[in-house]
Structures are given as structure tokens and as C-alpha cells.
Write a protein of this length. Structure first.
Lengths: 112, 109
């Protein structure tokens, strides 16, 4: 298996622009997680999907952030409009329920 | 509140040395994982170990669930072992991983 796939790996954008991050989980995994990592706050869970349904989005920082999972093999995290404080590494992870999580390589987002 | 605590926060080793990293957690767990975040930022699974002992090459881990701690052993450390080691737990009746703050390991040649 190719593991969790994320794109793009790096994104540089200007404040106010829309940013879309993409994730393909490991085939057969039914749980998907989006995390954000910063030096100040460490790893934070943003949202959790189970069987394509958002179960907990309490970690999404504000309405500028949205996430979708239209099918079992694809998820997006969108930031609109982006702000400099959104600069971070965004990770997607997947697991089979009750088993270990596997992380993607991350997307390094820089908002100028 | 529910917590995951790792120690020490930082560790500097000479190549070839052995070390032990500790993870304490505050409640019963379904799942415990150790990750290595390498200098390129990748989070690599080391162990899935809610209880018992596992070994993988120079690394081994032990979780004593009844006493709520886990240990990660690094033997004969190499410079490629440098990075941040995270312990993450899934508490009973939860679904998400709670991460410790990590132990930053620097191995010097």
C-alpha cells in the first residue's frame, strides 16, 4: 500500500486566498483525521470522520475552516480566507477503527 | 484532566549509547502508539502497544497498562535516531489519539 497520500506537500499563498488540502487514506481504513502541527501548540486534532461522516469537528478553529469526505478514498480541508496564523503543517491520518493510526507526509502551509 | 506526559523533554546522546523514554498516562487506554518525527517532519509509526512488550531492531517498547506507563528503549543509538518521539494514547470510550509533548532526541556522532 502507498500509505496515506497528501497533496500538495508545500503550499505558499497570500492572505485572503482560498487553500485546499487533499488526502487519500489507506484503502480499507474507515477513520480519517485531520491534524495541525505548530511549534506553539503541538499536534492538534481538527476533525475526525468515521465512514465518511464527520463525527467531531470541535477542533476546527473557526468558520474559515471546512472539511469534507465525499467518499471513502478522498477528503479535503479548505481554508477560506486564509490568514498568516494558519501557517502550519497539516497532517491527515487514517486507521481501521480500533487500530493504529497512520499519518501522511503532511502539507506545509505558509500564508504570507 | 486526562493527560499524557512524556519525559525527559530533551535528550542528548553520544552515538552508541542506550536510552529510555517514558510516557505516563492518566486513564485506561484502548490504544497506545509511539511515533518518531524525523528532521523532515514525517511521523513514522514505531509501535502499536496498548500492553506488553515489542521489539523492532534496536528499538523496543513496554507498556504496563495497569500502572499507566509505557517505555521506549533505544539501544546503540545512531544519528538517524535523532528527532522527536511522541507517545499517543486512545483513552477508553474515546476515538482520538491524545499526544504527549514529545521527547526531542539528539544523537551526536
Amino acid at each position: 500500500d502507498a500509505g496515506v497520500i497528501q497533496s500538495p506537500r508545500h503550499e505558499v499563498t497570500e492572505m485572503g486566498q482560498e487553500v485546499t488540502l487533499r488526502c487519500k487514506p489507506i484503502s480499507g481504513h474507515n477513520s480519517l483525521f485531520w491534524y495541525r502541527q505548530t511549534m506553539m501548540r503541538g499536534l492538534e486534532l481538527l476533525i475526525y470522520f468515521n465512514n465518511n461522516v464527520p463525527i467531531d469537528d470541535s477542533g476546527m478553529p473557526e468558520d474559515r475552516f471546512s472539511a469534507k469526505m465525499p467518499n471513502a478514498s478522498f477528503s479535503t480541508l479548505k481554508i477560506q480566507p486564509s490568514e498568516p496564523r494558519d501557517s502550519a503543517v497539516y497532517f491527515c491520518a487514517s486507521s481501521a477503527r480500533g487500530h493504529e493510526q497512520y499519518f501522511g507526509p503532511g502539507t506545509r502551509l505558509t500564508v504570507t | 484532566g486526562i493527560q499524557v506526559e512524556q519525559s525527559p523533554p530533551d535528550l542528548i546522546l553520544q552515538e552508541g549509547a542506550n536510552s529510555t523514554l517514558r510516557c505516563n498516562f492518566s486513564d485506561s487506554v484502548n490504544n497506545l502508539q509511539w511515533f518518531h518525527q524525523n528532521p523532515w517532519g514525517q511521523l513514522i509509526n514505531l509501535f502499536y502497544i496498548p500492553s506488553g512488550t515489542k521489539q523492532n531492531g534496536r528499538l523496543s517498547a513496554t507498556t504496563v497498562a495497569t500502572e499507566r506507563y509505557s517505555l521506549l528503549y533505544i539501544s546503540s543509538s545512531q544519528t538517524t535516531d535523532s528527532g522527536v518521539y511522541f507517545c499517543a494514547v486512545e483513552f477508553i470510550n474515546d476515538y482520538k489519539l491524545s499526544f504527549g509533548a514529545g521527547t526531542t532526541v539528539t544523537v551526536r556522532a
